[in-house]
Ligand binder design. Structure first.
Ligand SMILES: *Cc1c(COP(=O)(O)O)cnc(C)c1O
Length: 497
């Protein structure tokens, strides 16, 4: 097989092998690494229906991460997709309220981030070995709530790595915060930032591109990498479950060979839906990709008008992992829409960082025809949780509910009855307060752990260990910083100068 090479969306990141792109995370020119081509799957969807999750993930990864050996990739997926997941299938699909809910939250931290973050540390340590990296790898991560814990769990006590997580203090759920600040891995640090997710994310990007700090790091024997979805090593494992979903619908007779499925994705940083788009380009028959936003509907407006404009109020919502105004991975799609024109993409991204906005041209907009953007506000999200619960006794979380509601609107507006998969990105246990208040207002006065018991009672789904262990876990991380203090926090944690 010919190697797939990775290049930056801004043109000055070199030509890297997959393992090198994974080690770097972000390109030094500020761009994101993308594969130089997307091959067609070398198996049919009917064949995929017979693969178990690990086999399928190996078959997908080998076509994109071409400089890894078969042994490395198989070891990575066997180590990642094991009994840390509470279902042997690794993911599940549940039919309810006229859609197929693809449950991606059966991993250790009960959010879909586990799908990629349980395998990324294995890919990264294999990559370090192949490339003779001797420095300790420092994973810097900004989180809107779920990436943080999933990355901490994935990298905890992995030799040769340290991880520092920044989260927006005060805008994550109680369970999300407890999950992070009780993390015990000896190589882990968790820092609350007084600001929102975008502040944390741009702080991390600034640290990455700080040449002076990079030099100090190198002398001290460290190098940075990223566990955010800007890392191609996260995106590739996310392609797998869209193939899985299609092949199961095919195997179950819901779809005939070649018939399309739609996919609705609750979107924040645009990583998950981009993986679906890549799955489509590699051969999964996809009708529409429904990009769902909450009140922070910057992407909805973009799909409607071709104008990306982050100059707008930032809303804190019940779906905090989607409270984002700068969706980093959209850059990979923009680059594709420009016909891989790094100068044009670079100009748009400069517009975004300098003015907070850019407008794509008519030809580029035409390239968006496979997408539908829509949003659901807070009351619609609550209504949707109640509707799905009443119709099938099925409890969905707030993020999933955003996608579910936007899909319902799409279906009503278009009459499109194509079978639709809704990416179910978190367990309702992570957001028990919002979920139960949507179902009945009598829950309002209960405390968080009473709500969790109540959720078990009404849903019949056992409380996951990820939640029950929080009742007694000691808080070990208490650092809180101004957003201007992020670099100093990193220096202090690593004991630099
Ligand atoms: C991260 C996250 C999202 C957003 O996914 P992106 O890949 O950033 O678009 C949606 N829902 C949940 C629960 C998440 O944790």
């Amino acid at each position: 097989m010919e190697n797939i090479m990775y290049k930056s969306t801004r043109g000055r990141g070199g030509e890297l092998m997959a393992s090198q792109a994974i080690l770097r995370g972000l390109s030094p020119d500020g761009g994101l690494y993308v594969p130089d081509r997307l091959p067609r799957f070398d198996f049919t969807m009917a064949e995929a229906a017979k693969f178990d999750y690990c086999e399928l993930s190996y078959r997908v990864m080998r076509q994109l991460l071409t400089d890894f050996t078969e042994e490395e990739l198989r070891a990575a997926c066997l180590g990642a997709y094991d009994s840390k997941f509470d279902t042997e299938n690794i993911v599940e699909m549940r039919r309810a309220a006229g859609a197929y809910y693809l449950e991606l939250f059966h991993g250790k931290t009960i959010a879909f981030k586990d799908m990629a973050l349980s395998i990324l540390p294995r890919l990264m340590t294999a990559a370090a070995r192949k490339n003779g990296v001797e420095e300790e790898i420092v994973i810097l991560t900004a989180t809107s709530g779920d990436t943080g814990k999933a990355a901490l769990a994935g990298f905890a006590d992995v030799p040769g790595t340290r991880i520092i997580v920044f989260y927006p203090k005060g805008s994550v759920s109680r369970v999300q915060e407890l999950q992070m600040v009780t993390e015990r891995g000896k190589n882990t640090s968790v820092v609350g930032v007084r600001g929102n997710f975008d502040d944390a994310q741009s702080g991390v990007k600034a640290i990455f591109s700080d040449a002076e700090l990079g030099e100090t790091m190198r002398r001290a024997g460290f190098r940075f990498s990223s566990a955010n979805s800007i890392n191609i090593g996260r995106l590739v494992p996310q392609i797998v479950y869209y193939v899985w979903a299609y092949s199961r619908l095919l195997g179950g007779g819901v779809l005939g060979d070649g018939e399309p499925m739609n996919v609705a994705v609750p979107t924040g940083n645009f990583g998950n839906i981009l993986a679906a788009h890549y799955a489509g380009r590699m051969g999964v028959p996809i009708g529409k990709l429904i990009c769902a936003s909450n009140d922070n509907r910057v992407l909805t407006d973009f799909f409607e008008s071709g104008v990306y404009n982050k100059n707008r109020p930032f809303y804190t919502t019940s779906s905090p992992s989607m409270d984002i105004l700068v969706s980093s991975n959209l850059e990979r799609l923009i680059y594709e829409l420009t016909g891989e024109d790094e100068a044009k993409n670079g100009a748009y991204m400069r517009g975004l960082s300098e003015l907070g906005t850019y407008t794509i041209d008519g030809g580029e907009r035409a390239g968006l025809s496979g997408f539908y953007g829509g949003s659901a506000d807070e009351s619609e999200v609550a209504e949707e949780i109640a509707r799905v619960w009443k119709s099938d006794g099925y409890v969905i979380d707030t993020h999933t509910a955003v996608a579910s509601r936007v899909y319902a609107k799409y279906r009503e507006a278009t009459g499109d009855t194509t079978p639709t998969v809704i990416a179910s990105t978190a367990s309702p246990y992570k957001f028990a307060r919002s979920v139960l208040s949507a179902i009945d207002e009598k829950y309002a006065p209960m405390d968080d752990f009473e709500l969790i018991d109540e959720l078990e009672r009404i849903s019949g789904v056992k409380i996951p260990p990820a939640v029950s262990e929080l009742r007694s876990a000691p808080v070990v991380h208490t650092r809180v910083m101004e957003k201007t203090g992020m670099r100093a926090a990193v220096e202090e944690i690593l004991g630099l100068g």
